[in-house]
Design a protein around this ligand. Structure first.
Ligand SMILES: *[C@@H]1O[C@H](CO)[C@@H](O)[C@H](O)[C@H]1NC(C)=O
Length: 334
């Protein structure tokens, strides 16, 4: 089968490519098991290799974009022009040679399934990095402890790997970060209590890990947070009252945890919340009678808890109710 490779054609003289970047990319590619590229582009300079972008003035490598999967989601996440697909089966490692590429702003190596090994600790020296996406591989080990040094980082996506250890405390220093996706790994320990420092964060997807401890109240200080997913962990304690006042929160998935206590009435006071799934916890008490005509729920799932009392009368006042599930509680019809 012939791979469809998008070669990036550059107008500059390839001979001027800084040779150190060429060597670093070659070593990086070889560690991934990149034989296919070697053959396809033997003799080419680094800036015209598939998935590699250089700065047109300095000829330094700025982007590495190697996606195995050409799903529309992936295309939406990145520059379509850089989109790269092939039927090569890369199974190697992320080499620390990439740490020599000090002008790198984007590193996307996604959905190769078999790429393994650890995230090189030296990656935190690449302080120009804005996008780090290694999702959909088999990467293990821990998140580098000083990840917080990547102060330009906007996207940190390590989802669907086998990463263990805890969220490093320095993660809260990522003050430009908008997307944090660590879902479907083996991350344990607690969510840093000062997560509220990550002022730009709009999506925190931490589901399907082994997180423990409680939901830090500081999370409510994240005024841009739209999508918060802590589902399928071992998080305990009660749902902080303050979450009800998060201004743009629209999706809150806390299902399959060990949350207890009552559902804060403030939650239904949050008019923007359209997906609320609290299923499979140990929440107790009544469903708060605090619905209003401003509520618009596409999903409201409170099933498999220990809720008691009557279905609140105010629930019938909501503007819209899509999927409502109150089953497997001890709630009675009013
Ligand atoms: C809520 O999450 C559970 C997973 O525990 C899922 O099975 C259920 O479909 C979700 N509810 C809705 C209404 O989407």
């Amino acid at each position: 089968m012939v791979s469809s490779i998008l070669l990036l054609i550059n107008s500059f003289s390839v001979n001027a490519t800084p040779s150190n970047d060429r060597k670093a990319v070659a070593a990086f590619r070889d560690a991934l098991g990149g034989g296919a590229i070697t053959t396809a582009t033997a003799g080419e300079e680094v800036c015209v290799w598939p998935g590699i972008v250089c700065d047109p003035d300095t000829l330094r490598v700025t982007d590495i974009v190697l996606r195995a999967d050409d799903s529309p989601v992936n295309q939406a996440l990145g520059n379509e022009k850089l989109h790269f697909s092939g039927d090569w089966h890369w199974t190697g490692l992320i080499s620390d040679s990439l740490c020599l590429l000090d002008q790198l702003t984007t590193l996307i190596v996604t959905d190769w399934i078999s790429i393994s090994g650890e995230i090189p600790a030296c990656i935190t020296s690449l302080t120009n990095l804005r996008i780090l996406d290694l999702s959909g591989n088999r990467i293990s080990g821990e998140i580098p402890a000083d990840i917080g040094k990547l102060s330009q980082l906007i996207v940190l996506n390590l989802a669907d790997n086998q990463i263990s250890g805890s969220m490093p405390p320095s993660v809260v220093d990522l003050s430009s970060l908008r997307l944090l996706d660590l879902s479907n790994n083996k991350i344990s320990g607690e969510i840093p209590s000062d997560i509220g420092n990550m002022k730009m964060l709009s999506r925190a997807i931490l589901g399907e890990n082994q997180l423990t401890g409680s939901i830090p109240a500081s999370i409510a200080a994240l005024s841009r947070m739209a999508d918060l997913d802590l589902s399928t962990n071992q998080i305990s304690g009660s749902i902080p009252e303050e979450i009800g006042s998060m201004p743009v929160l629209s999706v809150l998935n806390l299902y399959s945890n060990q949350l207890s206590g009552e559902i804060p009435a403030s939650l239904f006071g949050n008019k923007g919340l359209s997906h609320l799934n609290l299923s499979r916890n140990s929440l107790e008490g009544n469903v708060p009678d605090s619905f209003s005509p401003e509520n618009y729920f596409i999903v409201l799932d409170l099933s498999y808890n220990k809720l008691t009392g009557e279905i609140p009368k105010s629930i019938s006042s909501v503007k819209y109710m899509g999927a409502l599930d109150l089953s497997n509680n001890e709630i009675v019809e009013a």
